[in-house]
Design a protein around this ligand. Structure first.
Ligand SMILES: [Zn+2]
Ligand SMILES: [Zn+2]
Length: 277
């Protein structure tokens, strides 16, 4: 039998150097980071997890951190920016962030390599990626989602969604891979330990979306092109992974939407590594 040589990194771990790789490195109210890699070029959407964890997890999933080209920031909340500055500085890569978010978190970014302003509606190209940022209502000075295309591939990322404006659905419709917030179960939130004001903020149109709202959005976003859905930003207090998955599964099944695989994401554990060649 012919020997198949698998590319490896300096530590001998297998490297995914072809096609598209998408992995949510970690996601919860405590920290978020989504990786997208295309033929060895890699970007991160947010770096709200510890720097060491992000670097180690990239290696574990076969994506050399040396391939990192840019970090895109959705908004200024700490669970999205914790390691943006240090990671950008370590790998000498630029940060793309809106002026309002930069203004709100400048001190918390720490040292960073370079910063570029990116506003909703300003499409840009970075390496092989065409990045299309769009506005998402949330209790931040600015919050963006992204539709990212590379070659024939397309990935949509949207979390921290106050309410599902039509533009969010329009932008993410038909992406091959969708990373969408599924933050809370309304019953768990209402009976849970959060103070009343915080509960109201989460449910408001500047907070987050529930599992059912996520399912309803997915019904509109999924087309025959959509292959994978990753449910993201699950609350550790007001949600359960199985409840989120079951709510989305059964809603989509009822509506006859059965194409894509639905995956969960985890606070400090990477999601499934999606690899489309
Ligand atoms: Zn968040
Ligand atoms: Zn937020």
């Amino acid at each position: 039998m012919a020997e198949v040589s698998v590319p490896t990194d300096e530590a001998g771990l297998p490297v995914a150097s072809d096609g598209l790789v998408v992995c949510v490195l970690g996601s919860s109210s405590k920290g978020n980071s989504t990786l997208m890699s295309y033929h060895g070029s890699t970007i991160l959407i947010d770096a709200g997890l510890p720097k060491r964890y992000i670097i180690d997890t990239m290696r574990r999933i076969g994506i050399p951190p040396s391939g990192l080209q840019a970090i895109f920031v959705t908004h200024e909340h700490t669970d999205h920016i914790q390691s943006v500055g240090p990671l950008g500085a370590t790998f000498s890569v630029p940060i793309y962030i809106s002026d309002d978010s930069f203004f709100a978190c400048r001190e918390r970014l720490g040292d960073y390599h370079s910063k570029h302003t990116l506003e909703p509606g300003e499409q840009i190209e970075v390496g092989p990626f065409t990045v299309d940022p769009f506005h998402i209502p949330h209790d931040a000075l600015s919050n963006m989602g992204f539709r990212i295309e590379a070659g024939e591939r397309s990935v949509g990322v949207a979390t921290d969604i106050g309410w599902l404006e039509n533009t969010i659905v329009d932008k993410l419709k038909g992406c091959e891979v969708l990373v969408l917030e599924s933050n809370y179960d309304p019953g768990m939130l209402k009976t849970g330990p959060y103070p009343r004001q915080l509960k109201q903020r989460i449910m408001s149109n500047r907070g987050h979306i529930s599992n059912l709202e996520s399912a309803k959005a997915l019904e509109l976003m999924i087309t025959e092109r959509t292959r994978h859905v990753l449910l993201a930003h699950l609350s550790e207090i007001n949600n359960e992974p199985l409840i989120a998955a079951e709510t989305v599964h059964s809603y989509l099944k009822d509506k006859g939407v059965e194409g894509p695989l639905i995956h969960l994401t985890y606070p400090m554990t990477p999601s499934v590594r999606i690899h489309i060649r």
